[in-house]
Write a protein that binds this ligand. Structure first.
Ligand SMILES: [Zn+2]
Length: 267
């Protein structure tokens, strides 16, 4: 078995956007200069009739972009697929940004659900008007109930499934099991992830809702604070106390915040 490559957090911070390597939001793709090489992940909301190429519409919470898919990838992508396309080229076509796959592009399909990329059936239908951020309901996060920092599966297809401890070796190396892919990982090879339960107050009601790392990160970053996960729960809760109350625009799926926008405060 080959070892996973682990990039130290400090290096990731220094180089968050290695071209064609880090996965960009679709909004980033739309604002990237022509000819940039980027990788994107999103849900396919529309498939145009294939010819020698295949146009698909790719969507994430930040926006949507048309991707021209070439060669062996033609006909392999379907409406509803959650896919990561690496090393796509940004093209300008009739004053609109588009992506095209390159010979280096790989397509990775994801089977598990991730609220980050959840687009409802209504949203998947391109004939329906697209709900913009302006239409998202607002509310205020006023209290924090609990935080749960944990190690999650490093495989992208597992969408940060929480790992459970299986054994400790004689040399005291922590081993963790992913119940989704059945993989066993060393603690150091896992991702750090977090869940938080908060009180969301809207005009008409108060709800207990769950946030995961991508949304939690947005809360802290909107206040110019670092979003590093503290393993000491009390420390993490104290960090939350520095940002709440905080006004957000949000979308909920069950009781999980699947989309979140914060007001950015000027420094
Ligand atoms: Zn896994």
């Amino acid at each position: 078995m080959c070892k996973p490559i682990i990039i130290p957090e400090a290096v990731m911070k220094e180089a968050p956007r290695l071209p064609g390597q880090a996965v960009d939001d679709i909004l980033d793709a739309l604002s990237s200069p022509e000819k940039s090489m980027i990788s994107v992940k999103g849900r396919i909301s529309k498939v145009y009739l294939p010819t020698n190429k295949n146009d698909v519409m790719l969507k994430d919470i930040s926006g949507k972009i048309k991707v021209a898919v070439w060669d062996k990838m033609v006909g392999t992508l379907d409406k509803g697929h959650l896919v990561e396309l690496s090393k796509c080229r940004v093209k300008l076509f009739q004053a609109e940004k588009k992506l095209t796959t390159t010979s280096a592009t790989t397509a990775v399909l994801f089977t598990s659900e991730d609220p980050q990329f959840d687009v409802s059936e209504v949203e998947l239908n391109e004939d329906e008007p697209h709900q913009s951020m302006v239409d998202m309901p607002s509310g205020t996060i006023e209290a924090i109930f609990d935080v749960d920092p944990y190690l999650s599966c490093p495989k992208a297809s597992c969408n940060n499934t929480k790992l459970t401890t299986v054994q400790e070796d004689a040399d005291e190396v922590l081993k963790m099991l992913c119940k989704s892919c059945k993989g066993i990982f060393r603690g150091g090879a896992s991702n750090s992830y977090m869940r938080a339960t908060v009180l969301l107050v809207t005009g008409s009601e108060q709800k207990k809702v769950t946030l995961f790392s991508p949304q939690i990160k947005k809360l802290f970053e909107s206040r110019g604070l670092d979003s590093k996960i503290e393993w000491d729960k009390m420390k993490m809760i104290t960090k939350f106390m520095d940002v709440i109350p905080i006004e957000i625009k949000y979308s909920l799926r069950n009781n999980t915040v699947s989309k979140l926008v914060c007001k950015r405060i000027c420094q």
